[in-house]
Ligand binder design. Sequence first.
Ligand code: URA
Length: 209
Amino acid sequence: MGKVYVFDHPLIQHKLTYIRDKNTGTKEFRELVEEVATLMAFEITRDLPLEEVEIETPVSKAKAKVIAGKKLGVIPILRAGMGMVDGILKLIPAAKVGHIGLYRDPETLKPVEYYVKLPTDVEERDFIIVDPMLATGGSAIEAINALKKRGAKSIKFMCLIAAPEGVEAVKNAHPDVDIYIAALDEKLNDHGYIVPGLGDAGDRLFGTK
Ligand code: URA
């Protein structure tokens, strides 16, 4: 079964409070989402393999560690996932970025892919799918399906706020995918919003309604 990690670092919780606040405007909201994504990227990269290299400091020769050329891919689910990409790239600038766009079928109400563009060598890459909100889990499950269908072997899912229903759904559908969350909220309401949540992440990021 996939593991669920809640990154409840004080800095993340502090910033998340202002992200949640309805009085936080678009500019600040966007900056805060990016900052939390950076902090989460710091945690999510904890298991990156290292290799030893030889360098020379001004004082002596030394053996030191560098990241062992891991191929990473960051995949935002359009459109709200876009708000997290730059924050992650601050720490891992060499990561490639793919995109997955999903729409809701009006009859089945299920998410359907309309756009998928991934880096090459999908099979060798470690992917981090990002979307600020994990609500019912429908989009996350479909995005993971889209990556797996194209050969991806290593996938993590990262979001800011999750509902317990969404976490369970993703765990059941994709037990090999670990989930990284900044906060696990109470529930979903009848309109599919996370409670207390932050409202519509896409609208708040892009200033739309
Ligand atoms: N998507 C959002 O943007 N907000 C929610 O609360 C749930 C899904």
